[in-house]
Design a protein around this ligand. Structure first.
Ligand SMILES: Nc1ncnc2c1ncn2[C@@H]1O[C@H](COP(=O)(O)OP(=O)(O)O)[C@@H](O)[C@H]1O
Ligand SMILES: [Mg+2]
Length: 262
């Protein structure tokens, strides 16, 4: 059974009297511990699919099964409990945090809200999370806005893993980082996946990164699936017009990142 199975997802937006079909009859599945990449040009529907999968927005049509149940039917406490298993990291973690909050507070919230640890246990859990993502313990008292972008993305990852998720949606999560920091964050994500069998829905416009970290890939074009398959095979020899165009436009593909063998 797939960890997440989306069938026939459609999402339309009304904008200035016109209808935009952001996602058009898209189906995909993610297996436990797998990285599925979503790639495609700007505006092709990647972030809309991310928001649908997280149930931040509702589809106009389609189904989502998550951990064996109808995800779109969940309400209230059962939805909140299931949400702990499905976390997210976005491109700009500052937008996701209260910037004046301390790092400790940003990590305390999920532990408290999801009832993961008692008040007395939480400082130790926060220290463990910081250590796990490679951050020094004394970062806990710093404000989120005063740490570096790479550190902030590590805090976002620590917060995502705090609730022991089975799936993390990463929407351009490493795109804003410079190359060396990006490589370190990708290594951390691969380590966490091996250790905790977390699956990733990995959204990126960077095919070099996708080739390095994803098992399978879906290429989107104007809200539809143009091509899908094993990530390296698709990036090395795309068959679709959009795949060929994306590969031609990509800077020299970075093969230096260790690949996460399936
Ligand atoms: N909230 C919104 N209101 C209106 N149109 C939107 C909204 N969000 C996305 N869109 C449109 O939906 C399409 C897909 O957008 P998006 O999913 O953000 O693409 P991507 O992440 O691949 O760049 C685009 O045409 C975009 O302009
Ligand atoms: Mg996007």
């Amino acid at each position: 059974m797939s960890l997440l199975a989306a069938s026939n997802l459609t999402k339309r937006y009304r904008r200035g009297g016109k209808t935009v079909i952001a996602v058009d009859d898209v189906s995909f599945h993610i297996e436990p511990g797998e990285t599925l990449a979503l790639a495609g040009p700007s505006g092709s529907g990647k972030s809309t699919i991310a928001r649908l999968a997280l149930r931040l927005i509702e589809p106009d049509a389609g189904r989502i099964e998550f951990e064996g149940g109808d995800f779109l039917a969940l309400r209230g406490a059962t939805l909140r409990a299931r949400r702990a298993r499905l976390q997210m990291v976005f491109q700009d973690p500052l937008a996701a945090f209260n910037p004046r909050a301390t790092v400790a507070r940003a990590l305390d919230d999920p532990l408290r809200i999801h009832g993961i640890a008692s008040r007395g246990e939480r400082p130790r859990r926060i220290a463990e999370l910081l250590e796990r993502v490679g951050l020094p313990a004394d970062l806990a008292s710093r404000a989120v806005h005063e740490i570096s972008g790479g550190q902030r993305q590590r805090v976002a990852i620590a917060r995502a893993i705090a609730t022991k998720p089975s799936l993390i949606v990463l929407d351009e999560a490493v795109s804003a980082l410079d190359v060396s920091v990006r490589g370190q964050i990708l290594e951390l994500l691969l380590d966490l996946q091996r250790e905790q069998k977390i699956a990733y829905l990995f959204i990126s416009h960077d095919l070099g990164v996708v080739r390095a970290v994803a098992h399978r890939i879906i290429l989107l074009d104007a809200g539809r699936i143009a091509e899908s398959g094993e990530a390296r095979a698709v990036v090395d020899a795309p068959r679709s017009a959009i795949g060929k165009a994306l590969v031609a436009a990509a800077p020299r593909l970075d093969r230096s990142i260790r690949h996460n063998a399936p």
